[in-house]
Design a protein around this ligand. Sequence first.
Ligand SMILES: [Zn+2]
Length: 643
Amino acid sequence: MKSAPGGNQLTETPFRPLPLGQIRPSGWLLRQLQLQADGLVGHLDECWPDVAQSGWIGGTAESWERGPYWLDGIIPLAFLLDDTRLKVKVDFWVDAILTTQREDGWLGPGHDPTYGYTDDPWPVAIVLKALTQYQEATHDPRVLPALLRFFQCLQQQLAQRPLQSWARMRCTELLLSLYWVYEYTQASWLLALATTIQAQGYNWVEHFAHFTWTDRQSTWTHEAHVVNTAMAIKYPGLWYRLSQDIRHREAIASLIETLDHFHGQVTGMFSGDEVLAGKNPSQGTELCAVVEYLFSLEVLLSAVGTLDLAERWERIAFNALPATFSPDMWAHQYDQQVNQVQCVVADDPIYTTNGADANIFGLAPNFGCCTANMGQGWPKFTAHLWMRTPEEGLAAWSYAPCQITTTLSGQQVRLTVETEYPFSETIRLTVSAEQPVSFPLHLRIPSWAQGATVQTAEGQHTVQAGNWYRMERTWVGNETVMLTLPMVIQTQTRYHNSASIERGPLVYALRLGEAWKQIGGVLPHADWEVRPTTPWKYALACERTHPERSCQLIAHGMTAVPFSPQGAPLSLRVQGKQLPNWTLEHQAAGSLPFSPVSSEEPFQPLELIPYGCTNVRLAEFPVLEDEATKRNGLDEQISRYQT
Ligand SMILES: [Zn+2]
């Protein structure tokens, strides 16, 4: 930190994202982004009026957040894939927005006929995020002046009309781009504007310091709104950059712990359908919250960069994100459930405030926000896999396959990451530099990777789990580093003393046979119900402290679509018994039987596959009596989870 306290400057961030385009996906990640480009996200502006005829491009349809949301995802997708078809779409949208900037500096149509908002800063905040990515990829000279003019306009507006409604709750979204402009211009009035935004915005640090939303919420409020909350996770980290108040930095961990404690799900998410909904794994989480939690973590990885944030980021990205799309990415859910045994239009839904169709797969189930917003998930994950460190080094946050081309200490460097991670334990890193160049490579070693090893030409050695491993050297030619992250099968004790099973960053779920039935829409973006064709009401025979004794790992090899039931590269074989009395309630898996449970039914072999590969599933399991009682301290666990 090089600035004095008091908000006169911003703290330096410990990690800086690489400009959009310097990281390119490869392997399975490239195929996943291509699926997205070939699916709904890459075609939404052709088939969905709220984007195709958005007021942001001169149309008369929804003119508020939906066009901006889509733009915020299609821009990184276009440049990560270097896809001409997508870049033509992006250029059209950016031109339309920049060439219609109002005389007073406001960006966008100003008035939205659908909801009646006028000069609402909230949707503009999304466009600003999109435009900053566009500028980094293209160096378009129009972007920075346009953003400066908008912030001048906003400064005048806030003096007359303070932030309200969505813009008040989501005030941090304005700060992201404001800081970006400040770092280019060092214009001090921008930090004064940031202070105004803080004063007028909702105070999420106070919200979590006095958190009263501890149960399943029964009424819709802004304060308990799941997407507002997911966006707010970055609030303390962004304020810390301005306030330099250590309490803001420390608030990040307590905020996340609070959400886990009262509303946590095994995927690393918290529930919300669409207000906070407790820990019941049948309840559901909105897709917008999934992609916004991921983005909040990406911002925090840069702003504070703690290792626990990266582990959660991977957990959400590899589990909750892929699970909520159909494998071809033409259909998505509004709410995904952890114990999701069917996806049907429910006449008596379990959801708090969401509608009957909230967990079917479709074009726009329940409400269209996720349709527009979901596109940011995979591209932004890709763009943040590695970041730059202040001493001209590179740091790995996750090891999905990619290639980085960047300049370090004045020399062009290429880093190739070859791996099937998270479906594999091994990662081959190749650093290529034509001229000798010295820089550190920082490798994040996850806490679960006990016995991790790094192998170079000089030999192999074990590195510490839950820490950074720093490789400082002069790189020249092509140098290879082999990283091995051992993945052991582990359990978590969850809702009603249930057990979940995980291995490395992947959560495992019961594979169910599934029947898809088109119930509306037109192909390829139709609406679907999904029903199980095999039983779901199982309890596991699993020794919690030594699950490897009762689970057998089977590797099937990488597939063209790994996040699909048929393409799952890994599975676990385990024994279980049916629980005949466990029934559907509110057309969802009924109250989770409290473990340990007993059953007179015969043992059956069950197949678990990665959560992200499933469309219907069970992932928080009752545990059979004999096995469950082998766990030390079970009584303590029972009392802890009895609520
Ligand atoms: Zn949504």
